[in-house]
Design a protein around this ligand. Structure first.
Ligand SMILES: Nc1ncnc2c1ncn2[C@@H]1O[C@H](COP(=O)(O)OP(=O)(O)OP(=O)(O)O)[C@@H](O)[C@H]1O
Ligand SMILES: [Mg+2]
Length: 379
């Protein structure tokens, strides 16, 4: 299968048209700090963790380099672990994708499709030939599918029909950059590996960290270079925002303020976090950094009519920086909301041997686990 078809079929998966169920899969998250790989197997309806690994990446690799060398890197890792499978689920970072919520007035799926395709050129900020896009209906209450409409034609009174027509529907438009996905594709193929599915990382986080319910969540994934803020309204992903403020920036500010090397600051950050002996670190660095991350999230919420900060049921923290001592308590105090540290292993069983360090690993593995769960979950 060509990559384009694969992406299309993934995007179709987003809209849940097309589901192939699997019994074994591997997810790989190419992070700026480290690559995470998770292998899962499904037996008798239970999903089991077979293997996982975290490999630190060289600091001088740009994201593009990482894509170009991705096949080689994975091949080297496979030599060290016993994974036989040669096809993988990978994520495109959210900043190489565009996710937008749009309103359409069409009533049938066919009408909406036409409208979305027309609108895509307006909402996707690059030439449409450079992206692959698909869409998903978010608020389906006012939508009649072509089929239902035909079936119900006689039953629908003219009044009901007018009411339906006055409603607008919301559609989530998802697109990814073709060049980003084809660089991964080439790198994998050149090393006799293949990509089974590709998706935007925010969907992987949603899959591993949330159960299906109709609550409102903010997922905040704070990694090395990037913080990813994801808004889930009534169980549906509504927005995904990336900011260039994460763990690295904290370490750099600490190194400067304490007048120590980057490595020393990194060590202090990990050892002490919010319990740092330096008041300056806490008051002038940590608190302002987490305040601005949360402010970005709140600014995003302002763009939605219904989804406001007071409607958030829970904030879920993920990513290596969420392992920092005192982060959960600080965010809780600041946001006055329930905050939890995300657990990507909640849908997965694991043996005692494999599970030794697994709790400490939770912050790092949400994207890779969500990727490995593609086509393994029943719903
Ligand atoms: N105990 C800890 N306390 C504070 N920060 C930590 C801790 N452990 C790891 N980190 C930070 O987490 C970051 C790495 O997190 P993660 O592995 O989620 O990033 P990544 O996914 O590789 O990068 P990105 O998401 O930016 O591409 C580093 O900045 C590291 O300093
Ligand atoms: Mg990451």
């Amino acid at each position: 299968m060509e990559l384009e078809q694969k992406i299309q079929s993934y995007l179709n998966n987003v809209a849940s048209y097309f589901k192939k169920s699997k019994s074994h899969s591997i997810g790989i998250d190419f992070g700026n700090n480290s690559l995470k790989i998770v292998e899962l197997e499904k037996k008798d309806g239970k999903i089991k963790l077979k293997n996982y690994a975290l490999v630190e990446m060289r600091d001088d690799l740009s994201e593009k380099d990482l894509r170009l060398f991705s096949g080689q890197i994975v091949l080297n890792i496979l030599k060290g672990v016993s994974m036989k499978k040669k096809d993988f689920n990978i994520a495109i970072p959210s900043h190489s994708s565009f996710i937008t919520l749009i309103e359409v007035s069409g009533q049938t799926e066919a009408e909406i499709k036409g409208e979305v395709e027309y609108a895509a050129s307006k909402y996707i900020p690059v030439d449409l030939s450079e992206v692959i896009f698909d869409w998903q209906i978010v608020e389906a209450s006012s939508i009649l599918s072509a089929e239902t409409e035909k079936k119900n034609e006689r039953k629908i009174s003219s009044k009901t029909k007018t009411d339906e027509i006055s409603k607008k529907s919301k559609v989530l438009l998802v697109s990814i950059m073709k060049n980003v996905s084809s660089e991964f594709q080439k790198a994998f193929n050149d090393n006799n590996l293949s990509i089974d599915s590709i998706e935007v990382g925010c969907f992987s986080l949603q899959r591993s960290l949330l159960c299906k319910d109709d609550k409102n969540y903010l997922i905040v994934d704070i990694g090395k270079r990037i913080t990813n803020i994801i808004g889930i309204y009534k169980g549906q992903l509504l927005f995904n925002r990336n900011i260039d403020l994460a763990g690295d920036q904290i370490t750099k500010l600490m190194a400067k303020s304490l007048n120590v090397s980057f490595d020393r600051a990194e060590k202090l950050k990990k050892e002490k976090g919010f319990e740092s002996d330096s008041k300056i670190v806490v008051k002038n660095i940590l608190e302002p950094v987490f305040d601005s991350i949360m402010k970005e999230a709140l600014d995003d919420l302002e763009k939605f009519e219904e989804f406001k900060s007071n409607s958030i049921d829970q904030i879920i923290l993920s990513g290596g920086t969420s392992a920092m001592i005192g982060v959960k308590a600080y965010v809780e105090k600041k946001m006055k909301k329930e905050v939890i540290l995300g657990n990507p292993w909640s849908k997965i069983e694991y043996s005692k041997e494999i599970g030794k360090n697994i709790t400490a690993m939770r912050p790092f593995f949400a994207v890779a686990t969500g990727l490995a769960l593609v086509n393994l979950l029943d719903d």
